[in-house]
Ligand binder design. Structure first.
Ligand code: SAM
Length: 294
């Protein structure tokens, strides 16, 4: 897709005022409120999210509702969770008359998602669960991890994030683009890019460009291990000192020493001078399984 198409509204000058349709809403900076104003991007996200008549869609941070209406038009039922009390009434007004929309005033990190998902699926006879969010950048990672690690029944997560974070998340494990976040995401989901979103597509424009990724939850995790926590501890230790050799970075883990790591790497057939970013998820799983027995 050309960036011309993406940002067909992007060159408008707003002179600090909210664009038409925002009903005088003043974006709250502290809540990461950068509202989408590019119709092309809004359509791409709604279309790419998997929202459909047999789906329960959970929208995180609906803001002024840019995505809420196009998502609701496609979905069986839409639950939109917004933390900012000032936006609840405008959202209810905007979605008035749409009987498949529920606006929930809550912090997504405090919501019992399992309960929400179970009750709405059975009440409305829906089959799929699609999560969609244009999140504040500072909580992107904790929210994605909460969704991946604790929620059940989610089929896909379509999420806007800062481009640099997106590049890490979408990277293949074992490549230079990989980071610590790459591995847990890859373990749970396959990742693809839905859209590149230049900063001008928002009001107000943030300082960085964004990307929208779709994470499709795997039926089975991408690697087998006896100890998932230990595997991700190894990933974290490896990447917290990514320029160091595995022998040095993994020895810094609590309760570990060079001798234990040296022999574990030897048993796993992994050269101790390699760096974390060269390891596949399966190799981290192998190390964790050997350390678990040690
Ligand atoms: N989805 C809208 C759009 O695309 O124009 C708004 C996006 S804005 C980047 C992020 C939204 O998330 C804001 O409306 C903000 O108030 C809301 N938000 C921030 N933290 C939240 C949280 N912990 N739980 C739910 N919503 C949150």
């Amino acid at each position: 897709m050309s960036s011309k198409k993406q940002s067909k509204n992007a060159n408008r000058k707003h002179h600090g005022k909210a664009p038409h349709g925002y009903g005088g809403i003043r974006p709250a900076k502290g809540l990461g409120q950068n509202f989408l104003i590019d119709e092309g991007v809004i359509e791409e996200i709604a279309e790419g999210s998997g929202a459909a008549e047999d789906a329960l869609v959970i929208e995180i941070g609906p803001g002024a509702g840019a995505l809420t209406i196009p998502l609701a038009e496609r979905s069986g039922y839409l639950a939109a969770i917004e933390i900012d009390e000032n936006l609840i009434e405008p959202l209810r007004v905007k979605t008035f008359g749409m009987d498949n929309v529920e606006i929930i005033h809550a912090d997504i990190l405090a919501v019992n998602l399992d309960e929400l998902i179970e009750s709405r699926l059975s009440e409305y006879g829906l089959k799929n669960v699609r999560v969609v969010g244009n999140l504040p950048y500072y909580i992107t990672t904790p929210i994605i991890m909460k969704l991946l690690e604790t929620a059940h029944g989610i089929d896909s997560i379509t999420v806007m994030m800062q481009k640099e974070v997106g590049d890490r998340i979408a990277a293949e494990p074992g490549t230079r683009a990989a980071g610590a976040i790459t591995y847990p995401v890859y373990y749970h989901a396959s990742v693809r890019k839905i859209a590149d979103v230049p900063r001008e597509c928002f009001y107000p424009a943030p300082k960085v460009d964004s990307v929208v990724l779709r994470l499709d939850i795997r039926e089975k995790p991408a690697a087998e291990t006896k100890n998932t926590d230990l595997m991700f501890k190894c990933v974290k230790a490896g990447f917290s000192q990514r320029r160091k050799t595995l022998l040095n970075s993994l020895s810094a883990m609590e309760g570990m020493d060079k001798e234990t790591i040296n022999s574990a790497l030897e048993r796993a057939g992994i050269d101790q001078s390699r760096r974390a970013e060269t390891l596949t998820l399966t190799e981290f799983a192998k190390i964790a399984d050997i350390l678990q027995e040690a």
